[in-house]
Design a protein around this ligand. Structure first.
Ligand SMILES: Cc1ncc(COP(=O)(O)O)c(C=O)c1O
Length: 494
């Protein structure tokens, strides 16, 4: 009875529920040996040593975003140790980018291997002088984790992955229009002066509250906070509304479906509007869960329809999995939850993948060299780390662990939401990629500060959400510590 209720409450499929209960019976053996039993807070955070370092660094650069200085020698597993020897349970993992936590024993071994070390220190310009093992390594990545896309382009970070993916979209869009003929002399001479027809007026559609990075092109598709954008010129590109759901989902089905419909019809209108304006939409970029913008979800049906609209308008669909990719939603790619008719045209990645880049269709590959290019085009050292990460994910069945821990965390958050209904609402998310809203942003910030004082490193997103971004090795006992501390904080605020 309990299991059926739990399954329907959390919308687990039968096989997911099976994994959950199997793990429950098996019990938690720890993923990383040598972790402390729990957080230990000895000073204010930042403590005296962090404050001194902050002053030192502050004389060299802007330091307003720095929370503390870390001791990466002492940090281990899910625990971040700071310069003042405070031990924090990390549910934020370097802005969601540490798949195996700190100092995972398998990662510590990677560069003991001389060949790997030589790949690291002789950093190649991959677009010109790749190492002889590069094709084999990329093939390995493609066959293991590609979201059914045949090609891969590697890059440096999330922003530049999106930025270069936009270029691939524009190149493919123009090729389709021009046909497989050579560029005209007029195109060649006009593009170097930023003029059409060589530099055509084209656009990428994005969504309100989206975050796709901070480089100039990707910033035109980022809309989460003014501070990212103020004073920076941007392209006149269309911005559609992303669904804003009411929770719990099962009690608000009709309104949420209305949200989907309204937003999708706006997407269609924007296609028309920008066509008329002479800036046709060549592609759409979307996050499977809007992350920095507030962990806003949309239904699988929304994404299925969005893909249909893109195809109908001859535009390409780019799914930005920079934050959602790498297993934290319980599937390797979050969009695999959506049952899309075909794979998206491009899937960008970075963060937990260590390496930036994107998977794409063959159509996205430019026919001429040097069109999507930079000096490093990624980093073989990071790919070597990723290979080990993928092996550990498989060997330790970490996607099952994410589902198991995520289920417990979600149950715990829903219980807290019930107990403190005047402080919290709208628990949501997949796997351990979870969030809950505080009633306002001041309260959210107070929660984060108090959690820190109790030894929990957490993060916020949007205006009033607490977001969870633990490593894939975050287990049942870590979840219990987090929920216990969270409850203590809410009781104190109460
Ligand atoms: C969805 C998404 N796309 C792109 C980016 C940009 O990645 P980076 O900070 O590596 O440039 C981020 C960063 O948080 C992100 O969450």
């Amino acid at each position: 009875m309990w299991s059926r209720a739990l399954r329907s409450n959390l919308k687990l499929s039968k096989s997911e529920a099976c994994i959950f209960f199997k793990n429950k019976i098996r019990g938690a053996s720890t993923c990383v040996e040598g972790e402390p039993e729990g957080p230990v807070v000895k000073t204010d955070i930042p403590g005296p040593k962090s404050k001194q370092l902050l002053q030192e660094l502050g004389s060299l650069q802007q330091v307003g975003t720095i929370q503390l200085f870390a001791n990466y020698d002492k940090s281990i597993g899910n625990y971040l140790v700071d310069a003042d020897d405070n031990i924090l349970l990390d549910t934020y993992t370097q802005i969601s980018s540490l798949p195996l936590g700190y100092n995972h024993p398998e990662l510590l071994k990677v560069f003991n291997d001389q060949h790997n070390m030589k790949c690291l220190i002789n950093r190649p310009a991959l677009g010109v002088f790749p190492g002889e093992d590069w094709p084999k390594r990329l093939n390995g990545i493609l066959s293991e984790i590609s979201p059914k896309l045949p090609n891969i382009t590697t890059m440096m970070c999330g922003s530049c992955s999106n930025e270069n993916a936009f270029k691939n979209i524009f190149i493919a869009y123009q090729r389709k229009k021009r046909g497989d003929v050579d560029f005209s002399e007029e195109e060649k001479s006009s593009c170097v002066l930023n003029q059409p027809p060589g530099a055509p007026k084209l656009s990428i559609m994005s969504f309100k509250n989206a975050f796709h990075g901070r480089t100039l092109g990707s910033l035109s598709t980022t809309h989460s906070k003014y501070i990212h954008k103020i004073d920076i010129p941007s392209f006149d590109w269309p911005i559609a509304t992303f669904p804003q759901y009411k929770y719990p989902l099962e009690d608000n089905q009709r309104e949420n479906e209305e949200q989907d419909k309204k937003c999708l019809s706006e997407v269609e209108e924007l296609f028309e509007k920008y066509e008329k304006k002479g800036i046709p939409v060549a592609g759409i970029i979307v996050e499977p869960i809007q992350s920095e913008g507030g962990d806003n979800e949309a239904s699988p049906q929304f994404f299925q329809q969005l893909q249909k609209i893109a195809k109908k308008n001859n535009a390409y669909l780019l799914i930005d999995e920079v934050q959602t990719g790498g297993g934290c939603t319980g599937k390797f790619w979050c969009h695999e939850h959506f049952n899309l008719e075909t794979p998206p045209d491009i899937v960008t990645f970075s963060k937990k993948m260590q390496l930036g880049g994107y998977f794409h269709t063959a159509e996205m590959t430019p026919r001429q060299p040097a069109r999507v290019f930079n000096t490093w085009m990624g980093d073989p050292g990071k790919l070597i780390i990723l290979q080990t990460v993928l092996r550990v994910i498989k060997e330790q069945k970490l996607l099952d662990n994410v589902l198991h821990t995520g289920t417990l965390l979600k149950i715990g958050l829903l219980e807290l939401e019930k107990e403190f209904c005047y402080l919290l609402n709208s628990t949501r998310g997949r796997g351990t990629f979870l969030a809950v809203n505080a009633t306002d942003s001041k309260l959210r910030d107070e929660i984060l500060t108090k959690l820190k004082a109790k030894g929990i490193q957490s993060g916020g997103c949007g205006s009033n959400s607490v977001r969870l971004r633990p490593a894939l090795i975050f287990q049942e006992h870590h979840a219990n510590i987090f929920l216990d501390k969270f409850r203590q904080v809410l009781k104190e605020i109460n």
